[in-house]
Design a binder for this molecule. Structure first.
Ligand code: WQD
Length: 338
């Protein structure tokens, strides 16, 4: 069975392509290479021995999207990662985010609703919850007004899919709300490739440890948490990738309870910034140079998933630990800077 993965050369996309191939799916990747590299194709092939079909395509060009779906009518499903995802950048350049993240989603859905039946997995984010009132966070927690245009594109994206599924019963969709994806494939053939100065914690840690960055700034040590630093649910990207295959198979096998479902994807465990640093120091044997500085605007104090719906309904749970993720992230950093 053939599956389309948009943004399939990206961080989570590439790990998902590996797990799809491991499950015997034929994969077609669309990527515009704006935030990824063709080398990732080689990394995927190194791991699975199978090279995915790749087409460089900018999903903002409506005719190209139409032409693509004219050529690929027999898709078993579509997993849609392609989007910009830098919170800070989205604040300074909202229209780029709305055009790319929302415009391309509309073009995709217009094609899918023309097909007889389609299965669609949407890359969403726990960012839709903002600072949730109750922890751990369930899928019923209220969606709060987004802190950034990036977060808003995930909220609006989910609403567009919800409204489209309401009037297209042949469109089956699942939105997956990721908590904090970290780590890399155990083979160190693929991993996170942040362009420029990393915004996210874990790549900043590994780049500091390898000497690319002088010192990690810990944004805030005075939060109302046990050690004063923010708490997040850090999920290994391989566990996250596997969840996409489980979700797609749920739709292919018609096991879904409705044609639009939402699942939180996390470990269910919160870890503080200092705990992540300690995990890194333990697995790497290296002391990390960091300094606690002022808080970063827009940060929530704590966010971690309530995982029973993903565990019991979707039938998926995480298997890898924070240490596994930090170990794989460090091995990947050493591989690409080696
Ligand atoms: C985690 C913690 C920071 C960097 C964002 C997006 C989310 C998703 C994941 C795309 C926070 C602290 C960070 C640093 C630090 N992105 N930190 N020093 O903000 O939870 O989530 O990335 O899908 O949608 O919102 O992740 O890794 O940026 O921060 O102290 O140099 O690490 O303050 O507490 P975040 P993050």
């Amino acid at each position: 069975m053939k599956v389309l993965v948009t943004g399939g050369l990206g961080f989570i996309g590439s790990h998902t392509v590996v797990e799809l191939q491991n499950e015997g799916f034929e994969v077609v990747i669309i990527d515009d290479l704006s935030n990824s590299s063709l080398d990732v194709l080689g990394g995927i092939e190194e791991i699975t021995g199978k090279k995915p079909v790749f087409q460089k395509l900018d999903l903002k060009i409506k005719q190209d999207v139409i032409d693509f779906f004219e050529k690929h009518k027999n898709l078993a499903g579509v997993i849609h990662f392609a989007a910009n995802k830098a919170v800070g950048e989205s604040v300074n350049n909202p229209l780029m985010y709305y055009e790319n993240n929302i415009g391309t989603l509309v073009y995709m859905l217009q094609r899918l609703t023309k097909l007889k039946q389609q299965n669609f997995i949407f890359s969403s984010s726990c960012t839709v919850y903002g600072q949730a009132e109750e922890l751990p966070i369930t899928e019923n927690a209220p969606v709060q007004s987004a802190e950034s245009p990036y977060g808003n594109t995930k909220q609006v994206g989910e609403e567009i899919i919800r409204d489209t599924c309401k009037v297209n019963e042949k469109l089956n969709a699942i939105a997956l709300r990721y908590f904090n994806p970290i780590g890399a494939h155990s083979t160190a053939q693929i991993g996170e490739l942040p362009i420029g100065v990393p915004q996210n914690l874990v790549p900043y840690i590994t780049q500091t440890a390898i000497g690319l960055r002088e010192q990690l700034s810990v944004f805030g040590g005075d939060y109302p948490t046990p050690d004063g630093t923010c708490i997040r649910d850090y999920i290994h990207v391989v566990d996250l990738a596997k969840a996409h295959v489980v979700a797609l198979k749920r739709l292919i096998e018609n096991k879904n309870d409705s044609n639009y479902e939402i699942f939180n994807l996390g470990t269910g465990k919160g870890s503080s910034v200092l705990e992540v640093i300690n995990s890194f120091e333990k697995v790497s044997g290296k002391k990390l140079n960091y300094k606690i500085v002022g808080r970063r605007d827009g940060d929530v104090i704590a966010a971690y998933a309530e995982t029973s719906k993903a565990n019991d309904v979707l039938g998926w749970k995480t298997e890898l630990t924070l240490d596994d993720a930090m170990d794989s992230a460090w091995k990947w950093e050493q591989k690409i800077r080696g």
